[in-house]
Write a protein that binds this ligand. Structure first.
Ligand code: WTA
Length: 643
């Protein structure tokens, strides 16, 4: 824990919200949430104004979350059309290609035409209000066009990260019952090609879809299934450059995004229209102190929630210029981020601790070779940032002059819930600091007792906020059980947290069976079920362990079938297998062949012990007396792979 305090810099005191304003508005959001949100919701344009503001229940038998429910609007209208009178020629999206010599600038007027054409192509393929469209694209502007096109006609998008395997893609297409898939011939990342269309072909051997719309990125030769596959550019030529936007209820679904939980298959987190846009645009403006003509860059992929909320929806709702980057931080060299910042004059830069740690390992030289004088604010998201990485980010990248906003939130929260406001909050490296307006975090102990003052326990949120997940797509009961059953009447985040004497929150990481690898959320159960699907594996248990660069690494204990032999070859085969089942992000870092797993007499795997062994903390194995066979543990400790 770091004791250092970084005061709000003098030249930040004129930011929109100072400390007094923070306290006043926060108190108002607590004492009069209806009044607070009725006012803040005016930041977006409504077609029919709402009369009702908040209508929510966290009662386990009646989980219901509705905001602005009798209002109507359209998200694409808010992100595009309403900016045209004042900003038609302003840049909406700066696209920086994987190859540093390739970039593009798209104005709001151009964005309007692209979105309309995309929407008309979707319509031509039969997409209607409420239909699900799966988007499996690389980081190209068409990803934003496709998302906004869905929003424009009231279709629900389900963006699947381009790093997911055909198997994982198929599961998501099936769960969403999506008839139309939007993809590209290939993606390009770090100079390497990603075979997106052929992944779609493989996925569609397992599940059905009616149309595949293929955007041309590399122009590679790909297979075409006549009557099913269509080239986007050919389709777009023959449709109108205008498409009216649909009038959507505030609670009509905007998108589904699959995310990993402790158990079972990934869940389709469902977000709706009005509250989500109010929340993402308000947090984008205040947390990043977004000002007119700022160039804003979030390095996430649109396949994750950060890309949805803080590359596309929040910034575009605010009429911002948002930078979209196709590549990776270390290609062609580890200076790439800093070169892009100088090339486009980036003022606000938002990235993940895993990237910061990797670049920190490359030393200061590659950073110092750039100017970065356009930078005003830095942001962090996705996992706890260790104070060393925070200090380096602040001192080296920000030259000691840029505040860092460490933003805590989740796919389920839609937008940022705990973060500093740069003109209001003194910073402590490693702390996400204080709650945003209308967000009421509490820390509870295992028995559900709310703890006061300085304390550590599980993080829950006591009441609803506008950007909150509304349900798990197709399974409201699972939604209720997952988030509202552990601590009745409260939303359980799955994270642990500490609150210090100043009321600052320090997120300590997941307390459930979710691991966070390089800022990517993975369920241990998902990786286990991939492993046991291999013919030589009889049982598997997966845990996270501390990893210098990735935050957490994946440690898999694998018990083989009778007659199978634990060889180096099989170890490699299993790693490859998991990559194919889920995607490269799920590759186990360590596989330990285990003749047996530690289980209680009732057959439950004791993960606590497996975590300790993975961490190399053999002295802290705790009580092993309830084990069915204590000898199993000695065997695991003895044979733990080095490193
Ligand atoms: C973790 C990403 C500490 C946390 C937006 C959470 C963080 C999970 C932070 C959600 C942060 C995210 N400090 N931990 N600033 N931001 N997390 O759904 O464990 O991909 O529950 O959303 O990431 O990951 P998700």
């Amino acid at each position: 824990m770091s004791q250092k305090l970084y005061l709000v810099p003098e030249d930040w005191k004129d930011a929109r919200i100072d400390d007094d304003a923070y306290r006043t508005l926060y108190d108002e959001s607590r004492s009069d949430p209806q009044g607070f949100w009725a006012r803040e919701a005016q930041r977006i344009d409504w077609i029919t104004p709402f009369a009702k503001v908040k209508h929510t229940s966290f009662d386990l038998h009646n989980i219901s979350i509705r905001w602005f429910e009798d209002g109507t609007t359209n998200v694409a209208m808010n992100c595009v059309d309403r900016h045209l009178p004042a900003r038609a020629d302003q840049i909406a999206i700066i696209w920086e290609g994987d190859d540093p010599s390739v970039s593009k600038r798209i104005t709001y007027a151009e964005l309007h035409e692209h979105v309309c054409r995309f929407a008309n192509v979707l319509k031509k393929h039969g997409v209607k209000k409420g239909d699900r469209v799966t988007i499996y694209l690389p980081m190209i502007p068409e990803a934003a066009y496709a998302m906004l096109a869905c929003a424009r006609i009231g279709a629900i998008h389900s963006v699947v990260f381009g790093g997911f395997s055909p198997e994982a893609l198929a599961g998501r297409i099936e769960d969403a019952a999506s008839d139309v898939i939007v993809t590209a011939d290939e993606g390009l990342r770090g100079g390497r090609k990603v075979p997106l269309k052929s992944n779609v072909d493989a996925a569609l051997e397992k599940v059905e879809a009616k149309s595949v719309i293929v955007v041309t990125r590399t122009g590679a030769e790909i297979d075409w299934v006549p009557g099913r596959d269509f080239r986007y550019e050919d389709e777009a030529k023959h449709v109108s450059a205008d498409c009216p936007y649909a009038e959507m209820g505030a609670e009509d679904p905007l998108f589904i995004l699959y995310t990993s939980g402790s158990t079972g298959k990934p869940k389709g987190v469902l977000h709706t229209t009005g509250g989500y846009l109010v929340h993402t645009s308000l947090t984008h403006e205040l947390v990043f102190d977004y000002r007119e003509s700022d160039i804003y860059w979030c390095t996430a992929d649109v396949g994750w929630v950060t890309g949805h909320s803080y590359i596309v929806y929040g910034p575009l709702a605010n009429g911002a210029t948002t930078l979209m980057f196709e590549g990776v931080p270390n290609y062609p060299s580890v200076s790439r981020f800093w070169e892009v910042i100088d090339k486009h004059g980036v003022n606000i830069f938002y990235t993940a601790p895993t990237a910061i740690r990797a670049l920190m390992a490359a030393g200061e030289e590659p950073v110092k070779a750039s100017s970065r004088k356009s930078l005003r604010l830095l942001g962090s998201v996705g996992e706890p940032i260790n104070p060393e990485a925070w200090e380096w980010y602040h001192r080296v990248v920000g030259d000691g002059r840029c505040p860092i906003v460490d933003t805590w939130w989740q796919t389920e929260t839609g937008g940022i819930l705990i973060a500093p406001l740069p003109g209001a909050t003194d910073l402590k490296p490693g702390s996400a600091t204080r709650p945003f307006f209308g967000v009421f975090p509490e820390i509870v102990d295992a028995a559900g007792e709310v703890l006061e003052g300085e304390c550590e326990g599980n993080l829950v949120i006591a009441d609803s906020w506008p950007g909150q997940v509304r349900t798990v797509y197709g399974d409201h009961e699972r939604f209720a059980q997952t988030y509202f059953s552990a601590y009745p009447g409260k939303y359980f985040t799955g994270d642990g947290a500490r609150r210090d004497a100043d009321g600052y929150y320090w997120i300590t990481g997941r307390v459930d069976d979710v691991i966070n690898v390089s800022g990517h959320r993975l369920g241990t159960a998902e990786i286990e079920s991939a492993l046991v699907a291999h013919e030589k594996v009889s049982e598997a248990a997966v845990v996270g362990y501390p990893h210098d660069l990735k935050g957490q690494g994946i440690y898999a204990y694998v018990t083989l079938m009778e007659g199978a032999h634990p060889t180096e070859h099989l170890r490699k085969e299993l790693v490859k297998w998991v990559r194919e089942e889920i995607g490269p992000i799920a590759s186990p870092d360590v596989i330990q062949f285990a003749p047996g797993l530690p289980k209680t007499r009732s057959g439950k795997i004791m993960r606590r012990i497996l975590r300790k062994i993975a961490e190399g903390e053999f002295g802290a194995l705790g009580d092993t007396s309830t084990l069915a066979d204590p000898g199993v543990v000695e065997e695991l400790v003895r044979n733990r792979p080095a490193g």
